[in-house]
Design a protein around this ligand. Structure first.
Ligand code: L14
Length: 347
């Protein structure tokens, strides 16, 4: 630890995202003078290694944030609602990875490649967007900036790790049970809190999060509303269908977009992606090069490929966008926001 670094807390340090946050802080060599690993009462006492040192998780309490400068939250919406204001009261800047404050008009919702400057308006809490939203807006922003954007229709192919480590275990246990012809009772997906659960191994579930009254799921509405907020485009037309697949890590998305400018070609979009921050273009159909979740795991970038012209709509294009949902979709974007705070001299 460096003496001139920051005092950090990670809330939800034992979770799928929390663990990736620790790994990312290590990899980035984030300046840390002190780090506190916080968790629910249930996980308190468990140990985890950070920079070669074994650390014990403590139960997250309001007092835990005394002296903390940056608190990274990823322990569920109810924990954030209760403890983020307590952390802010004690002088910390909170970077929250849950949906608790994302649509709050006083809370910046930030993907640094898209709207880094919004961080300047924070009053204690900065929200990390939904995983599927982050990778989509990272790909859309360079297109919007160059050619304008009118409409987006997205279908997602989402990994189970978004629902936590238990959902990953469930997928593996189910797959093994099914291969051995054993009975298995699904318990977690699509939504743990609901009564009905479905098999995810060798299946596809067109529901992520609860349904809202308009027939869209909360995950779909998050993508729609968060995209407009991050891109500062309340008028943008967005539709989403969010689907869970038996993939452990890496969300994929099929995007149909319509741009403002006429006369553009898929080649132009490809060139934009080639030069965009945080994007890796993988688009060479002749050689079967395109993004896939199995090969995006462990990488911070958003991968874009299959860029092609719509066959009927002259300003319409199709893209395939893949990223590690635990990294750019969560841990990496959160740490990136922390790096932006330092870069913009806000901390
Ligand atoms: O909104 O179950 O941050 O995959 C992202 C992961 C909601 C649940 C969010 C999942 C979560 C989602």
């Amino acid at each position: 630890m460096e003496t001139n670094g920051y005092r950090i807390a990670v809330v939800g340090a034992s979770g799928a995202v929390g663990q990736q946050m620790l790994k990312t802080l290590e990899e980035r060599d984030f300046p840390i003078s002190e780090i506190k690993l916080l968790s629910s009462k249930r996980s308190a006492g468990t140990k985890t290694v950070f920079k070669g040192k074994e650390l014990v998780l403590e139960e997250a309490l309001p007092e835990s944030f005394e002296g903390v400068q940056i608190a990274l939250f990823s322990a569920g919406g109810s924990v954030s609602k209760e403890l983020a204001p307590e952390a802010v009261k004690r002088g910390a800047v909170v970077i929250d990875n849950t949906s608790a404050f994302r649509m709050d008009p006083d809370v910046p919702l930030v993907v640094p490649e898209v709207n880094e400057e919004d961080i300047k308006k924070h009053s204690g809490i900065i929200a990390n967007p939904n995983c599927s939203t982050i990778q989509m807006v990272a790909a859309l922003e360079p297109i919007r900036a160059a050619y304008g954007l009118k409409k987006v229709v997205v279908s997602t192919y989402q990994a189970v790790s978004g629902a936590g480590t238990k959902a990953v275990d469930e997928l593996k246990e189910q797959a093994q049970a099914i291969l051995k012809d054993e009975e298995y009772t699904p318990e977690l997906l699509p939504v743990k809190a609901l009564e009905k659960h479905y098999q995810i191994a060798f299946n596809v579930i067109p529901q992520i999060d609860k349904f809202e009254e308009n027939g869209y799921t909360f995950e779909e509405m998050k993508m729609i509303n968060e995209t407009k907020k991050i891109m500062h485009m309340p008028e943008l037309k967005v539709a989403a269908t969010c689907v869970r697949l038996p993939v452990v890590t890496g969300h994929s998305e099929s995007l149909y977009i319509e741009i403002e400018e006429e006369g553009r070609d898929a080649k132009d979009i490809r060139k934009l992606m080639e030069n965009a921050p945080g994007i890796t273009l993988q688009d060479d159909p002749e050689n079967q090069v395109y993004p896939m979740p199995a090969f995006s795991e462990g990488k911070n970038d958003v991968f874009v490929g299959r860029i092609r012209n719509d066959l009927d709509q002259s300003n319409g294009f199709h893209l395939w966008v893949v990223s590690d949902n635990l990294l750019k979709g969560a841990a990496w974007n959160s740490v990136q926001i922390a790096e932006s705070l330092i870069k913009l001299k806000l901390i």
